[in-house]
Design a binder for this molecule. Sequence first.
Ligand code: TXA
Ligand code: MG
Length: 347
Amino acid sequence: MSPPYRSTSRSPHLSKAVAVAAERLAEGGVVAFPTETVYGLGADAEQAEAVRRVFDIKGRPADHPVIVHLAEAAHARDWAADIPENARRLMARFWPGPLTLVLPARAEVSRLVTGGQDSVALRVPAHPMARALLHAFTAARGGGGLAAPSANRFGALSPTQAWHVRASLGARVDQVLDGGPCRYGLESTIVSLLAERPRVLRPGALSVSALREVLGEVDCDPGEHMETPRAPGRLAAHYAPSTPLEVHAGEQLVRRAETLLARNLRVAVLRRNRSLRGKPGLPPLPEFLLPTRPETYARGLYARLRELDGFAFDRLLVEAPPDDEAWWAVNDRLARAAARTRDPERV
Ligand code: TXA
Ligand code: MG
């Protein structure tokens, strides 16, 4: 499969920024960079001080592992102790791209990166600027990879544009590379290949149906919301805006809006284009829209939630998207964002 991006970062200005960033990373700096999913906060995965700084900037607990980003699939051998056949097939088909593979880690891989586990998460991103950066970085270092969680404070919304990073972490990082808005807007899909059967640990930008084309059956449980300290993306409350948020289906949303308005709360609604328009009984409320299809909805979701935070509403009511597999990743993120609003009855 040809990658969705070919390098477009040919302008001298862009190349200069990337070259400087690669040098900084090789010297132990911390650089935010675009990927096709969300922006990452990168550090040399083999420099403990640099990785510690990433954890510190994010406010992320030390036992939570980070993804190692590679320039080429061939570099996976430097990190993974074993690459089973299923992993090979997934790499061949979906790398570079929005897929992260969890594999047994080689003994040399820093336990800082793996969160103390014996497994390592690997991904080859497709964004042309990420690729250029990784190539320049590995050229400077003679190999290696970039440990890069999403470039946000722990638990907060992932950034999908460079200014999101600048606004929240800008002063604390050495450089923010601007590669425009992220194409997918949701994090990569994480698949564990530690057991016989591949298992989706986090639904994401790559659809489960795409995985099935390669793997046949994949273990996944859309209803599962485990509190797994080893996988922060799977904590109940995560990816959350600061505005308390609830997810409701149509009629229920209308009733909920009435109840909250009766309590004099400032309520906004986030819905899909056309979906609730003219819905009888929906009180006149500030409304924010997202596109109707899952891919385009996902692309805009975090940016919309971030924008909404700027208005300081008391409550955001999100119209529940359809409950089917194409919406799994979006529904997963909405459920986690809502989990922070622990008691929806509380004012
Ligand atoms: O799209 C993405 O994946 C973005 C971009 C920057 O690549 N990165 C990202 O990283 O979302 P982060 O750190 O926010 O989320 C990575 C997830 C976490 O839930 C982490 O626990 C999980 O990957 N993870 C990392 N290593 C793991 C491992 N060895 N076993 C299980 N889960 C792992
Ligand atoms: Mg994250």
